[in-house]
Ligand binder design. Structure first.
Ligand code: PEP
Ligand code: MG
Length: 292
């Protein structure tokens, strides 16, 4: 399987019955972007921009962010780049973005909640994304969205960034959200009018659904993305999305060969995984028949 996977890595992943599935890579820096291209990824389904913000005393400026996002886009050679806005918080603290002390950081001010608390830093990131979206196919994705109001507020700030840039909305810019909070999965239909795509983050969705911290070794068997409760939520997201917006999965579950047939049966048409796993996931997809 591995040899077959390698030699077909750059070909599209098409199921036995002819359904094309985009297999992307999750990227944490420019080196990952190169690895994604080398492994035949169809796109970057998730760029974790945290690497640009951590281990420093002040936020990166607009120009610095544009330069790094541009290098990622260049390394991907024209493939779509899904830039996720900063997903920091008390569990991944950033010194210049203070949040209140929290007893339960995973339930605290993280992801989009933190960005909305610091609109100046958020505005610079949105402006950088808008600028790069003029040069390359870019999707913008918000993490840890819980309510429709949060998504609408984020979109208003994006509109402000477009106005600040002054050159109109980049025509190819798509705007979507991660579905990684059970409340968002259950209410997916309410988000659809405000999203061009939904991407299920099964790492966090699993921990929040099963009330089992994702890094806690003692709970590893409980915190399984294969749990029927998680599967039901993914199914709900796909049902709500219908033919209106595409649904991706970018959590680790997307690389699990037991999960892939179920995700495709539910209606997922994009998977995003670690760069090195792209060839194997493509090969897994090629062995699946999607029930209709
Ligand atoms: C997820 O939660 O599934 C996800 C992809 O995001 P992260 O692992 O960066 O929290
Ligand atoms: Mg997450």
């Amino acid at each position: 399987l591995r040899t077959a996977a390698r030699s077909h890595a750059s070909e599209p992943a098409v199921t036995v019955d002819g359904v094309t599935v985009a297999v992307g890579a999750n990227i944490g820096d420019v080196g990952d972007a190169r690895a994604a291209a080398a492994n035949g990824a169809d796109l970057a389904g998730l760029v974790r921009t945290e690497f640009l913000f951590q281990d420093r005393a002040t936020a990166p400026g607009v120009d610095e962010q544009v330069a790094v996002y541009r290098r990622i886009a260049e390394a991907l050679g024209g493939r779509r780049v899904t830039l996720r806005t900063l997903d920091a918080g008390s569990d991944k603290p950033v010194p210049y973005l203070p949040a209140p002390a929290e007893a339960n950081p995973f339930l605290g001010v993280r992801g989009l909640r933190l960005s909305l608390l610091h609109p100046d830093v958020f505005a610079d990131q949105l402006l950088a994304v808008v600028r790069v979206a003029r040069e390359a196919p870019v999707s913008l994705m918000f993490p840890m969205v819980t309510t429709v109001d949060e998504l609408r507020r984020a979109r208003l700030l994006l509109d402000e960034a477009v106005a600040r840039d002054g050159a109109g909305r980049p025509p190819d810019l798509r705007v979507g959200m991660m579905v990684e909070v059970p409340a968002a999965a259950l209410r997916a239909a309410d988000f659809v009018p405000y999203a061009d795509f939904l991407s299920v983050g099964t790492n966090d969705l699993t921990q929040y659904t099963l009330a089992a911290e994702r890094g806690n070794a003692a709970l590893a068997s409980l915190a399984s993305g294969l749990d029927p409760a998680v599967e039901r939520l993914v199914g709900e997201v796909c049902r709500a999305a219908g033919d209106r917006v595409p649904v991706a999965v970018c959590g680790e579950l997307a690389a699990d060969e037991r999960a892939v047939p179920r995700l495709l049966a539910a209606g997922v048409r994009q998977l995003s995984v670690a760069p090195a796993l792209v060839p194997l996931v493509k090969q897994t997809v090629r062995c699946v028949e999607v029930p209709r």
